[in-house]
Write a protein that binds this ligand. Structure first.
Ligand code: SAM
Length: 165
């Protein structure tokens, strides 16, 4: 599979899973709490989710925002800094437990993906409410996160979905 094909498959899987989770959240009142976006980046996924979610707060975490894409979350919903610190601050300040955490933090390098394994599963568990969901661009290994099958529109192995049990 070429690098281009792999990129397209990852984006298709990302979109399919985000669409599925947004439509579940729009109908599932039993799963309260915000949608947490870890990694604003170019705001493509943030913009996609905010178009689809109705009546649900979206809280974004990133080191910084790049004003050139013109999409910046409202200050009250944007936690700026290193996620390992800002998530802890959010939780300690009594921030609402998340219904969904979407983690898209990779920089394309195997080294950073490996580093993410050492703290991202804990960070997701810290943020989530029981039965909450994680969508992740990197595979997460943690016994508290049960891997779910991806939808028919997403090729397996390109994006990952978990339930916090
Ligand atoms: N989902 C975004 C989009 O659709 O445009 C792309 C996100 S981009 C792949 C990854 C982002 O994660 C970058 O903006 C980077 O600054 C952020 N990031 C990675 N590790 C981080 C950390 N430890 N703390 C804060 N931000 C981090």
């Amino acid at each position: 599979m070429s690098r281009l094909d792999r990129f397209i498959a990852r984006m298709q899987a990302q979109r399919a899973l985000l669409n599925q989770v947004c439509s579940e959240l729009n109908t599932d009142v039993a799963l309260p709490g915000p949608f947490v976006e870890l990694g604003l980046g170019n705001a493509r996924t943030y913009d996609h989710v905010r178009e689809r979610l109705t009546g649900r707060r979206i809280i974004v975490f990133d080191r910084s925002s790049d004003p050139k894409h013109g999409v910046i979350p409202p200050p009250a919903d944007f936690c700026v800094g290193d996620i390992r610190e800002t998530v802890r601050t959010y939780v300690e300040a009594g921030g609402a437990p998340a219904a969904v955490v979407h983690a898209d933090l990779g920089d394309g390098s195997a080294a950073y993906n490996a580093e993410l394994q050492s703290w991202l599963p804990d960070t997701c568990c810290l943020l989530l409410q029981p039965k909450g969901l994680v969508l992740s661009s990197t595979q997460l290994h943690d016994r508290r996160l049960r891997q779910l099958d991806v939808t028919a529109d997403a090729k397996a192995g390109f994006y990952f979905s978990y339930r916090f049990d």
